[in-house]
Design a binder for this molecule. Structure first.
Ligand code: SAM
Ligand code: SF4
Length: 473
């Protein structure tokens, strides 16, 4: 039984994805780096910053690991399985190093702090270990490692936001891009390792965010997703004017750059999403009507043990408010089954809450104890794996029904769709996304349109995961 099931498969398919060389980069690089990324979208976004730093040092991206002078894994610690995958990959890379002794292998990201001693000194699987706040030190560490020393920097920072580093858009479709607006997390959800691996929350200079989004719009991008572990607590004070920028204000500024630039954001914490954010979304046509609002559990007792700081009643009131201010807004969630002491009754409350929220889709996980977290220190991971698995299957089955019902409600509706590219199954069909974040596939019909265009599509059929339609305007 996998420990993660995505009702929405998109991100799972990106795990371990290697960065492709950019088609627009005509530079000739004599040294090559290969990087695989794991985990959340923040990690994929960080890989674009790392690529920018490496290109500055004369390394070009390659997708062929055998060509590389540097191999990096940008790692995730969120669940145990992610760590196992990375270990397996490192062992495979070690074999390549036997054939190419000058090759340097590095572990970056969230696993760095926790596993540095084991992987660097004991198992000797890597030459370089760099934590998420120390990527600026990569050039020096690569030099040190090249001279036979161990290149390590896992220091976390209270300030680093990489605001001035222009990410290299690799693996990009040229239409949608991610823009990191903050780093770290101050919420101490008891199950979560992020506050330990990515450090304290800090928000990026609003002007640098606006500048990056404007450059993307000018380069022809049509959608930006503002990223952070908890975007609603974004807060930046202009040092010159002392003016405060909240997340609602930031959204307003980004949405005002260009009416054709769609704006998305992720992730929202239910305790922080304000009515002001919802009203800002309502005011701007180009802010997509979709909110990822992870609940984790529907039981107040479990929510308290998880230290989520809201109750199911508070959560459901937020969902009602979203639906009141933003009719038709898509809502998705993250759910964990089998958290410490979870009873059958707690589980039933999660199922009931899912039903009441009517999620369009969810990311669903079995609880995986992470060393160092509050839950690991305070509670016993006492729900047997078979029960976690059975409950996971039950929430997945329910979510599949909710997703299908949600898609069926869209039948006959007409949506503005941003075309992202060819459908995976057929070059005769486009794939795009609606504002409420549903994937929609429709025939090209030889119309004079291209990826990146907006088209009007009427939904005439659906599966659980996809809307199907035809261009009607
Ligand atoms: N900051 C986001 C929030 O609070 O909603 C989520 C960040 S986390 C990278 C993504 C998801 O991973 C969480 O919402 C949670 O469902 C899941 N997760 C985190 N720690 C976990 C653990 N120890 N076991 C299972 N799932 C976990
Ligand atoms: Fe982890 Fe909670 Fe922070 Fe999300 S809000 S990153 S789940 S501690």
């Amino acid at each position: 039984m996998p420990d993660l099931i995505l009702n929405k498969v998109h991100d799972e398919q990106r795990q371990g994805e290697a960065i492709a060389p950019s088609a627009d980069d005509h530079h000739i690089y004599h040294k090559k780096f290969y990087i695989e990324s794991y985990g959340c979208q923040m990690n994929f976004s960080d890989s674009e910053i790392i690529a920018s730093i490496l290109q500055g040092e004369g390394f070009g991206a390659t997708r062929n690991v055998e060509d590389a002078d540097l191999i990096f894994l940008n790692t995730c610690s969120i669940r145990e399985k992610a760590e196992q995958t990375v270990r397996k990959r490192l062992t495979e890379f070690r074999k390549i190093k036997k054939r190419h002794p000058s090759l340097l292998i590095g572990m970056l990201g969230c696993m760095a702090e926790r596993l540095k001693t084991a992987l660097l000194e004991e198992e000797k699987l890597v030459d370089i270990v760099v934590g998420p706040d120390a990527y600026r030190s990569l050039p020096a560490l690569i030099t040190e490692a090249g001279e036979g020393q161990k290149g390590v920097n896992v220091l976390l920072s209270r300030e680093e936001t990489y605001a001035d580093i222009a990410p290299v858009r690799l693996n990009s479709n040229g239409i949608t891009a991610f823009v990191s607006i903050m780093r770290g997390c101050n919420n101490m959800c008891s199950f979560c390792v992020v506050p330990f691996t990515r450090g304290r929350e800090r928000s990026r200079d609003a002007f640098s965010i606006i500048a990056e989004c404007r450059e993307l719009a000018e380069a022809g991008y049509h959608e930006v997703t503002l990223l952070g572990q908890n975007v609603d607590s974004y807060y930046w004070r202009n040092p010159e004017t002392s003016a405060d920028v909240t997340f609602a204000a930031l959204l307003d500024m980004v949405a005002s750059i260009d009416p054709l630039l769609r704006v998305r954001f992720s992730t929202s914490h239910p305790k922080d999403i304000t009515d002001e954010v919802l009203h800002t979304m309502a005011r701007h046509h180009n802010i997509c009507k979709y909110i990822h609002l992870p609940v984790q559990s529907g039981s107040n007792r479990i929510l308290q043990l998880m230290n989520r700081t809201y109750t199911r009643e508070w959560y459901l009131a937020r969902v009602r408010k979203i639906k009141e201010i933003l009719p038709g807004c898509g809502i998705s969630s993250d759910l964990i089954t089998g958290f410490c002491t979870e009873t059958e009754e707690d589980h039933q409350q999660t199922l009931a809450l899912m039903e009441e929220s009517g999620y369009d889709f969810s990311y669903m996980f079995m609880y995986s104890e992470r060393p160092g977290t509050l839950a690991a220190k305070r509670y016993i991971d006492d729900v047997p794996a078979e029960i976690k698995g059975r409950r996971l299957q039950e929430i997945v089955t329910l979510q599949n029904r909710l997703s299908l019902e949600s898609n069926r409600r869209d039948l006959g509706n007409t949506y503005e769709v941003l075309i992202e590219g060819n459908s995976k199954r057929s070059d005769n069909h486009w794939m795009g996304r609606t504002s409420h974040s549903k994937v929609i596939v429709f025939p090209k019909n030889n119309k004079d349109i291209k990826a990146g265009d907006y088209v009007t599509v009427t939904v005439d059929d659906c599966t659980q995961g996809t809307l199907l339609g035809n261009i009607t305007g």
